[in-house]
Structure formats: C-alpha cells, structure tokens
Design a protein around this ligand. Structure first.
Ligand code: NAP
Length: 249
C-alpha cells in the first residue's frame, strides 16, 4: 500500500455501512487517522473502527449529521483527540424511495436535512481546522441521479443536486484558503440501498451499465483517496462520476 494519506486526519460521515465504510477502511489502509461517524448502527461502526485500527488510528463519532449540536460535539471530540482535521467526507445520506404523490413534506425535510444541511453544518464546524491544515479537502457524496433525475426520488434528487451547488460554491470560496472541494457522483453501488433488489433486477441493472457491472464501495473509495491525496490537489469544484458510464456529464 502506498500510504498516500499518511498521518492525515479524516472524518467520514455515515461510515458504519456501505460506501462510507469502504472509504473509512481504504483511508486507514492509506495511513489516515479516521473519525468513523455513525448514527444508528453502533455495532457495525465498531467493526469498522476495529478494521481502521489494524492499519492506523481512529475513533467512533456518534451523531446525527442533521443535528447541529451533535455535529458540533463530534467535531470537538475528534479534534480534542487528534488535534486537527485535514479531510472531511460528507457521505451520510438517506434515500426515501417514493413517488412524488406519496412523499410527505416531513420526508422531504428529513432528506434535505441529512443530505444537504448536514454537509453544510459539517463544513461550518470543520472549517477552521481545514484552513489550519493548509491542504484541506472536502469530498461530498452526491449521486448520478442529480444528473439523470428519477421518477421515484424527488426529494433525494433535489438534495443531491443542491449538494452539487454547495460543492461548487465552496470550491470557489475556499480555494484561496488551500481547501479543495469536490463531489463524487456514484452510480449503482452494492450497498444496503440496493439490498432489496432481486437477483433478476440486479442482473438487469448490471446489463444497462456500460461496463456491465454494479459498482462496489471500493470503487468510490479509490476515487475518494485520489481527491483526498496530494495527487488530487489541482482538482476542485469537480463532480466526478464514478458510475461505470451510466451517467455522462
Ligand atoms: N449505493 C448507491 O447506489 C448510491 C448511489 C449514489 C449515491 N449514493 C450515496 O452514497 C452515500 C452512501 O450510500 P450507501 O449506499 O452507502 O448508503 P447506506 O448503505 O444506506 O448507508 C448509509 C450510511 O449513512 C448513515 N446515516 C444515515 N442517516 C444519518 C444521519 N442522520 N447521521 C449520520 N449518519 C447517517 C448510516 O448510518 P447508521 O446506519 O449508523 O444510521 C449509514 O452509515 C449516500 O449519501 C448515498 O446517497 C449511494
């Protein structure tokens, strides 16, 4: 392993499962110290921390990213333990898969609170530390659906499109502070989000993807390592599709 993130201090939200887990573990393999945020899946987050600690250092950060006091507290906890933050990955997300007519206003609000307001607040509480780092990195996890739209995910599509706006605006504002801000837009990735798919549906989905396979969390983690490392330091404001060719933008 090349240790491209040696000694870097990273916070990954929603790291108990799926893509966030993949990113947290890959970051640790690359030498990063990782704050493993989770909301409800404590046992799973503990498993992730165990793996992280086999490679590097880290700690659990319990907290709902849509609650300001919880965000503030977890950032304080991480910084008092590890004295700084170099990388913030806003990965935590919810996808309430419903047709427009069935989507309640409260579900829209919840989706926006976790997927869009969360990253905004995390940025707020991490900002001074990212500035102090002099090579701070923010990586937001959006979705290919921000480009493709969806007939059963209006709230989700809206939240992920807003996250692209946030990424671009922050990139311009924070560039002079030495902070890069990018987003990854995953295609279909094999996590709990698609756990309900039948074998038949998975096959059909894979068939529609130009590279003929559903993505793995590691595919997103590899791209995140690039953006978080020195190698990606001239990339900012970009929305990188990691989707096997299923959404071209
Ligand atoms: N999988 C895909 O096909 C796909 C495609 C495009 C984009 N994405 C995006 O990629 C990200 C990760 O997706 P995934 O497939 O890995 O999802 P997942 O398997 O459902 O995992 C979601 C993660 O987010 C955390 N989370 C949810 N609400 C939270 C909150 N309020 N505060 C803190 N953490 C919270 C969960 O933590 P707990 O379990 O601890 O509650 C969990 O760790 C999401 O932003 C998603 O929109 C996924």
């Amino acid at each position: 392993m090349s240790h491209r993130l040696e000694g870097k201090k990273a916070i990954v939200t929603g790291a108990s499962r799926g893509i966030g887990r993949g990113i947290a573990e890959k970051f640790a393999e690359e030498g990063a110290i990782v704050g493993v945020n989770y909301h409800k899946s404590e046992e799973k987050a503990e498993e992730v921390l165990k793996k992280v600690k086999r490679e590097s250092e880290g700690m659990l950060l319990e907290g709902d990213v849509s609650k300001e006091n919880e965000v503030e507290e977890m950032i304080e906890d991480f910084v008092s333990e590890f004295r700084g933050i170099d990388i913030l990955v806003n990965n935590a997300g919810v996808y309430i898969r419903k047709d427009l007519e069935e989507t309640e206003i409260e579900e829209y609000d919840k989706t926006m609170a976790v997927n869009t307001r969360g990253p905004f607040m995390l940025r707020k509480y991490c900002l001074q530390h990212l500035k102090d780092s002099r090579a701070g990195k923010i990586i937001n996890i959006t979705s290919q659906l921000a480009f493709r739209g969806s007939t059963h995910g209006t709230a989700y599509v809206t939240s992920k499109t807003a996250l692209i706006g946030l990424t671009r605006a922050l990139a311009l504002e924070l560039g002079p502070e030495g902070i890069t801000v990018n987003a990854l837009a995953p295609g279909t990735i094999d996590t709990d989000i698609i756990a309900g798919y039948s074998e038949e549906k998975r096959k059909k989905r894979a068939e529609k993807i130009p590279v003929k396979r559903i993505g793995q969390p590691e595919d997103i983690a590899n791209a995140a390592v690039f953006l978080a490392s020195e190698e990606g330091s001239y990339v900012t404001g970009d929305i990188m599709g990691v989707n096997g060719g299923s959404a071209l933008h």
